[in-house]
Design a protein around this ligand. Structure first.
Ligand SMILES: [Zn+2]
Length: 458
């Protein structure tokens, strides 16, 4: 399929391109950008008028739970990647805490095969650090690498034994794999369900202290420095973690960090209900929006791991993203069935969906608030994750795979979980008026999703 996208604002941070230009896609590759693109287009080219829209490298989300195999009541490769396409993502990295876990090349092959048949977007796979994600014995990291994993992580869990983590880093370095870590010290967090602070006391819920994350971030920095292996800290939620990473990066320790929209938008007050949130930490959020969505106290769609933190932590995450300490934004898309979430706050599983609200929330908190320009924001979804994982993605270089996202930075819309492509609706942002929307998602030159028109995978 050949297409010519005309008149859009083409932004490719990897090549420092930011200009109104035409983009020609031919045979699944980027063929030309700029004044010459139209003249090179073959006669049968499909033209898309994208004037007023942003055209950028296909967005990458490196932290997604697709739940297949084993938990397909929550999500499947087909539905999870359809949600990714709607959110403007052309590539996702799926986490290994499936059933069975992705701790061997056989499970990798199964996912790879299903993703090729049923995936709407590119699916890259993260393998486990330890067998069964149990934290006790290393997974066969070399054979996972040969199979094709792009990183290893025990996400959902955290390797507690420092000696095992050290050996994992040494192996990962030999195989040039980044190690991604869900930073949680079990002895400090115990059975905490929300941020430890005023609101956990007021609501009578068990606290998950900030030190429970920072302890492992500090451990990871020390081990990265000692081994020279690359460690990527997942879903950073606390001000202390941002500070630790900032100082370590200044010393050139090979560490990196990511943050999720819920952590830079919401705070723990949200668990006390919408009225309290909008009166306090939500007061200045999305200025100019008159209608505020409502939700009750103890709403389990505000329960995730790590939990929503204080306003100071949220501010530190925003700053960390702006100054580059946190170079990647991702969703931690974690679908759960309604019946699982419709229980007491204590018993509900951690996690929320995020693929379809991620781009808008990022635009609202960074671009519309003038914290970051579009090229810097787009880099966090494209060149930065591609570089970390060594993917030949995240750029519009001539000859690159034609993974392209077209979005409208200003379009307002209401996120409605009932019209989501995900199998699950556990989002705290259901009913929120958002600003910024993906309009078309193109994978290897093929339009896999466009506003109004949905094109199914083959
Ligand atoms: Zn996690």
């Amino acid at each position: 399929m050949n297409s010519l996208l005309t008149g859009g604002r083409v932004i490719d941070p990897a090549n420092r391109i930011d200009q109104v230009a035409d983009l020609l896609i031919s045979d699944g590759k980027i063929k030309a950008i700029g004044p010459g693109a139209a003249s090179q287009a073959p006669g049968d080219v499909e033209r898309m008028d994208v004037a007023g829209l942003v055209v950028c490298p296909g967005l990458i989300d490196l932290h997604v739970h697709l739940r297949e195999p084993g938990q397909t009541a929550k999500e499947t490769i087909a539905t999870g990647t359809a949600a990714a396409a709607r959110g403007g993502f052309t590539s996702v990295v799926c986490m290994p805490n499936t059933s069975p876990t992705i701790d061997n090349s056989g499970t990798f092959a199964l996912i790879h095969e299903r993703a090729a048949k049923q995936g709407v977007v590119n699916v890259f796979v993260a393998g486990a650090i330890t067998k069964g994600i149990a934290g006790e014995e290393l997974a066969p990291i070399g054979s996972l690498k040969r199979a094709g994993v792009v990183a290893i992580t025990d996400d959902g869990h955290c390797v507690q034994n420092n000696e095992i983590m050290r050996r994992a880093l040494e192996y990962a370095k030999m195989f040039d794999l980044p190690v991604m870590d869900h930073c949680q010290d079990y002895s400090l967090v115990t059975d905490g369900v929300m941020h430890e602070g005023y609101w956990s006391t007021a609501l009578g819920l068990r606290g998950w202290p900030v030190a429970g994350e920072e302890m492992i971030v500090a451990r990871n920095i020390l081990l990265a420095e000692m081994t020279g292996a690359r460690v990527h800290c997942q879903h950073i939620s606390t001000a202390g973690s941002v500070k630790l990473l900032r100082e370590a990066k200044r010393r050139s320790v090979p560490v990196s960090g990511e943050a999720c929209p819920h952590h830079f938008t919401l705070t723990d007050v949200a668990i006390a209900g919408s009225e309290k949130f909008w009166k306090t930490d939500g007061k200045e959020l999305f200025a100019g929006v008159s209608e505020h969505p409502t939700w009750p106290a103890y709403d389990t769609n505000f329960k995730m791991n790590p939990p929503l933190r204080s306003a100071e932590d949220r501010e530190a995450i925003l700053e960390g993203i702006v100054d580059g300490t946190l170079e990647i934004i991702c969703s931690d898309h974690a679908p759960h069935c309604d019946y699982e979430k419709e229980v007491e706050f204590d018993s509900a599983p951690f996690g929320i969906t995020g693929l379809e609200s991620e781009l808008a929330l990022s635009l609202m908190q960074f671009f519309h608030t003038k914290r970051l320009g579009l090229p810097d924001l787009i880099a966090k979804f494209t060149v930065a994750p591609a570089r970390l994982l060594g993917l030949a993605k995240g750029t519009l270089s001539i000859g690159a795979d034609a993974d392209v996202t077209v979005f409208d930075a200003d379009q307002e819309w209401v996120f409605d979980k009932t019209s989501s492509a995900s199998k699950s609706g556990n989002s705290p942002f259901d009913g929120w008026r958002l600003k910024g929307k993906a309009m078309a998602t193109i994978v290897s030159g093929r339009k896999v999703w466009a506003e109004e028109v949905e094109i199914s995978a083959t």
